[in-house]
Design a protein around this ligand. Structure first.
Ligand SMILES: *Cc1c(COP(=O)(O)O)cnc(C)c1O
Length: 444
């Protein structure tokens, strides 16, 4: 499928972003030239997936497509029991309700917005146990998604293993810039958690991209396929949540999976309250078929090589222009360091939010903020002040060409040249939950 792109003038873009409260989530897609807001649900489906869409079995219960979905999850990920959900956060809601009790601590390799909120709404407190290097945009550590086992051990000593229902492990770590976890780290974490009888729950939204990095960077994995590596990663964990809108190449869908019958039984009961019957969980039969096929396509070695290769192409162009980005280059996008890009703005002037708006004005390229706005507030109302203040250029899979990447890098370089003249923002409207989606700003 091809789509006409709309070219706009700088005057039109200035008006569009002002009307959107300087929040790229509030822009109309029509006004966007190249859309790098997210890689979620924005990938192009394959001919095989579209053929699968035509074979939707829209029965209320026991759809054929559900069983194909279940088979794909068992075959490629190895988890025993599947709960389909409308997307990742639907799975996080159910999982958090089943496993977290008030007062529990949930350690994780950096927070993710919706994941942490569901943990907090269930009465838990998130604790960051990622290695320090993850918070440093300059560190070249090859596995910045790794867990610091000493940080975890301190929590276990302080609160006791009984207060920790599970460790939450994301592959790759979105908020750190799409950075991978190593197999060795997962194995060490597995032996530690086995000893203390703590589960590992896997946020496997980008597990195939993580597997690609293991294949490229970790000793002993050069000759293993992505398919084998993905399966091994999953085998080191007890259950998972997934947004199929990323790795699995669909426009909508997700799931929760577990190897524990008791957890499955309770989740299967809750899914009918929040999502739909346990054999569709808020999805049409055709959507489940597209996921089943997308899971298979996501573990193709050539696909991941092209996917991550395109992201690296853009990243290296940016580096050539001298633009400060998070290194090593991550799996699903380029993360520009807004603190280094706009050093004259302090964090309360929203440097990343400002930069995303400027890039749109310059070029019609839509990016998004991953800094203080995304971090939101603690349950007591104080702002979180994340070390990383980033603008995310997320690349949809199988959508854009290398020529688009050139335009994106040139536009960013243009803003970089006039960076000293860029003014910050103030927030004029703040929603209570996940404020980055709907907050509004004005120029200072
Ligand atoms: C997108 C995402 C989620 C949430 O999934 P949705 O499908 O957007 O609800 C959870 N974790 C990570 C790492 C994600 O990138």
């Amino acid at each position: 499928m091809v789509e006409l792109l709309k070219m706009t003038t700088a005057t039109q873009r200035k008006k569009a972003i002002r009307d959107a409260g300087y929040n790229t989530f509030l822009l109309k897609s029509e006004d966007v030239y190249i859309d790098l807001l997210t890689d979620s649900g924005t990938s192009a489906m394959s001919d095989r997936q579209w053929a699968g869409m035509m074979r939707g079995d829209e029965a209320y219960a026991g759809s054929r497509n559900y069983y194909n979905f279940e088979n794909a999850v068992r075959k490629y990920y190895g988890y025993k029991y599947l709960i389909p959900t409308h997307q990742g956060r639907g799975a996080e809601n159910i999982l958090s309700k089943v496993l977290i009790k008030k007062g529990d601590i949930v350690p994780g390799n950096m927070y993710f917005t919706t994941t942490r909120l569901h943990q907090e709404l269930a009465g838990g407190t998130f604790a960051d146990i990622i290695i320090d290097e993850a918070h440093d945009p300059h560190s070249l550590h090859p596995f910045k998604g790794n867990v610091d086992l000493e940080k975890l051990d301190k929590l276990v000593k302080k609160y006791g293993a009984k207060k920790i229902p599970y460790v939450s492990i994301a592959t790759t770590v979105n908020m750190a810039g799409g950075q991978p976890v190593s197999m060795k780290n997962l194995k060490d974490l597995r032996s530690y958690t086995r000893k203390h009888r703590i589960r590992i729950i896997h946020d496997m939204t980008r597990v195939a991209e993580n597997a690609y990095f293991i294949q490229q960077r970790e000793k002993g994995y050069q000759n293993k396929s992505i398919k084998e590596i993905v399966f091994e990663i999953c085998s080191l964990t007890d259950g998972a949540t997934m947004s199929a809108k990323k790795d699995a190449l669909v426009n909508i869908g997700g799931f929760m999976a577990t190897n524990e019958w008791d957890v499955f039984e309770e989740a299967r009961n809750l899914v009918v309250v929040y999502e739909g019957l346990h054999t569709y969980g808020g999805l049409a039969g055709r959507d489940m078929e597209a996921i089943a096929i997308g899971i298979e396509e996501s573990v193709n070695d050539k696909h991941q090589q092209a996917r991550v290769g395109q992201v690296e192409y853009l990243g290296n162009k940016m580096i050539d222009y001298g633009i400060p980005i998070v290194k090593p280059i991550g799996g699903h996008g380029i993360f520009v360091d807004a603190k280094a890009f706009l050093p004259h703005l302090n964090q309360d002037q929203y440097p990343a939010q400002t930069l995303a708006a400027e890039i749109f004005i310059e070029s019609g390229v839509r990016t998004m903020e991953r800094g203080i706005v995304s971090a939101g507030r603690k349950p007591n109302g104080d702002n979180y002040y994340p070390k990383l203040e980033l603008v995310r250029f997320t690349i949809p899979r199988r959508v854009y060409t290398q020529a688009h990447m050139d335009v994106i890098a040139e536009a960013t370089a243009e803003v970089f040249r006039r960076r000293n003249k860029v003014r910050g923002l103030k927030m004029v409207y703040e929603p209570k939950y996940l404020r980055f989606f709907q907050a509004r700003f004005e120029h200072l």
